[in-house]
Design a protein around this ligand. Structure first.
Ligand code: NAD
Length: 508
């Protein structure tokens, strides 16, 4: 591990790495060539830190999506027929190249998203890990099963589904993009990526790095722009076989409708209101650290954040007091400062929305507590201090709606059955966290909670072969391991007769 760079070094690095984005508009990458929008339009990209103009970005529309989809279609035949061993080699080269630019990617990501550098310093490394993991899956991506029956040998195989669209959100864009793009490429698909308009820069770094590392032109294309124009056009394009989408549940519904006419395969990773359930018999020191980490890291702008704390009534007051006592020690400030935990939220509009829940909490009757760990950070801007809503109930909007900020809602429960009822009384079902030292209870809770992922006595620790995804309004489908490859491939069954069965005769 490298020692963390100083704040001053990170500021200098940010000036250096961001200069290119200020000097000239950030372009699409279509067929391996940087391209302005056909319309010539651009949109301004503002820093969440101080609203500084970081540069202009090409604003794509249907014409640019069409050009990118054509490039992805034209390169599909060759890329999907490239031997898996060669795809593996190329994707490992991409991982190497991403690692070589890890500092640059971290600084650009931090400046563009407001996420603290202490977390973003691993963004590129986690992205590279995604490429390595799926690179190793590439040689077996088309493998199938042998399913013999009495008179036939059935065997299955998988083929890349075609050019696919990847649409990603703004919260941790680099890592999330690689999570989708790496398995798609490993499976033999070509990709059109539409990154979020509020944090577009590292998508550009990823595509250019991949190209330089030997990914053939046209295999990974990027079109910037808003969801309503570029995103919509991608979901409606007839040459795009599938859409892998990460974002809000409401956007998922819109995409489902938009892509219905072209019958696309869809994979959705959507919102969450994830419960962390703390029983009185848990290791409360570890639970406390995990609760704090899972809501106040990444600015709380994290789909798996433990945004609802369900805590047993017998320890509710003491546990809440201990949580509140930590709030002042959580440093709020410039995300490029290695000491910062909470940086600015992504955009003034999102920040206003998060703040509106703080007002709402008081109206709804919860007690609002906030940390005071400002370190020279401007009090205006997009900054929100770590916030606790104590004494909440599960029917309040602060307990039901995804806030996507450093804001934790605390609710007391009476017993195991009550904990299950509260945990499941939500529209979402992404993740749940259970803290108990009773093994039987841990298994009962894991079974009863309706979520795609349950961590017991742990925060969110991702293991790439395991399935990642949610139930209810949190998503459709799973990422990780073979689940990812299954999404990006079509399965074919071939039945070969042993010539031992009777063929029905219609005549004679
Ligand atoms: P968003 O839904 O507003 O936008 C996500 C992407 O969709 C952006 O690129 C946007 O331009 C695009 N988009 C918007 N409207 C579109 C349309 N009509 N057609 C096609 N594309 C469209 O989400 P966001 O605000 O960027 O991200 C925050 C959300 O993402 C939160 O709800 C969070 O929970 C979710 N998220 C989920 C996961 C997960 O793995 N489940 C991970 C990270 C974030």
């Amino acid at each position: 591990m490298r020692p963390p760079a100083s704040f001053a070094a990170n500021l200098a690095a940010s000036r250096l790495y961001l200069a290119r984005f200020a000097a000239a508009p950030t372009l699409h990458l279509i067929g391996g060539v940087p391209a302005a929008s056909a319309s010539g339009s651009t949109f301004p990209n503002l820093s969440p830190i101080d609203a500084k103009h970081l540069g202009d970005v090409a604003a794509g529309d249907a014409a640019d999506i069409d050009a990118a989809a054509s490039a992805a279609r034209d390169s599909f035949e060759e890329w999907s027929a490239t031997p898996g061993s060669q795809r593996k080699r190329i994707l490992h080269a991409v991982a190497d190249a991403v690692e070589a630019r890890a500092d640059e990617i971290a600084v650009v990501e931090s400046t563009d998203t407001g996420q603290a550098i202490r977390f973003m310093s691993s963004a590129a490394l986690r992205g590279a890990e995604n490429f390595r993991y799926f690179a190793d899956q590439a040689p077996g991506a088309s493998d199938g099963l042998a399913l013999p029956s009495a008179h036939h040998l059935n065997y299955t195989g998988r083929r890349a589904i075609g050019p696919v669209g990847v649409i990603t959100p703004w919260n941790t864009p680099f890592m999330l993009s690689t999570w989708k793009i790496a398995p798609a490429l490993a499976a033999g698909c070509t990709v059109v990526h539409k990154p979020a308009e509020w944090s577009p820069l590292t998508a550009c770094l990823l595509a250019e790095t991949a190209l330089e590392a030997g990914l053939p032109s046209g295999v990974l294309n990027v079109v910037h722009g808003t969801g309503e124009t570029a995103g919509r056009a991608l979901t409606e394009h007839p040459d795009i076989a599938a859409i892998a989408f990460v974002g809000e549940s409401a956007t998922g519904s819109a995409i489902q409708a938009q892509s219905a006419a072209t019958l696309k395969r869809l994979h959705f990773e959507l919102g969450g209101k994830n419960p962390v359930i703390v029983f009185e018999d848990a290791d409360l020191d570890r639970a406390l650290d995990a609760v704090l980490f899972m809501i106040y890291s990444l600015n709380g702008e994290r789909c798996t954040s433990s945004s609802r704390l369900l805590v047993h009534r017998s320890i509710h007051d003491e546990f809440t007091r201990r949580l509140a006592a930590q709030l002042d020690s959580i440093r709020i400030g410039n995300p490029l400062d290695p000491a910062t935990v909470i940086g600015p939220l992504i955009h003034p509009r999102h920040c206003d929305q998060v703040r509106s829940y703080i007002e709402l909490a008081e109206t709804e009757g919860a007690t609002v507590m906030q940390g005071t760990g400002w370190d020279g950070a401007p009090r205006g801007g997009n900054y929100v201090a770590p916030t606790l809503f104590a004494g909440a109930t599960n029917d309040m909007r602060i307990a039901r709606e995804e806030i996507f900020g450093p804001v934790l809602t605390v609710i007391a429960f009476d017993d195991e059955a009550d904990a299950v009822t509260l945990a499941n009384d939500t529209d979402y079902g992404l993740a749940a966290y259970v803290w108990t030292s009773d093994v039987g209870r841990a298994h009962r809770m894991a079974d009863a909670v309706d979520a795609g992922m349950v961590w017991v006595n742990s925060h969110n620790v991702r293991h790439l072969p395991t399935p990642f995804g949610g139930t209810k309004r949190s998503g459709i489908g799973r990422d990780g391991g073979d689940w990812s490859l299954d999404f990006y491939t079509e399965t074919k069954n071939v039945a070969v007769a042993y010539d031992t069965h009777d063929i029905p005769k219609l005549v004679g």
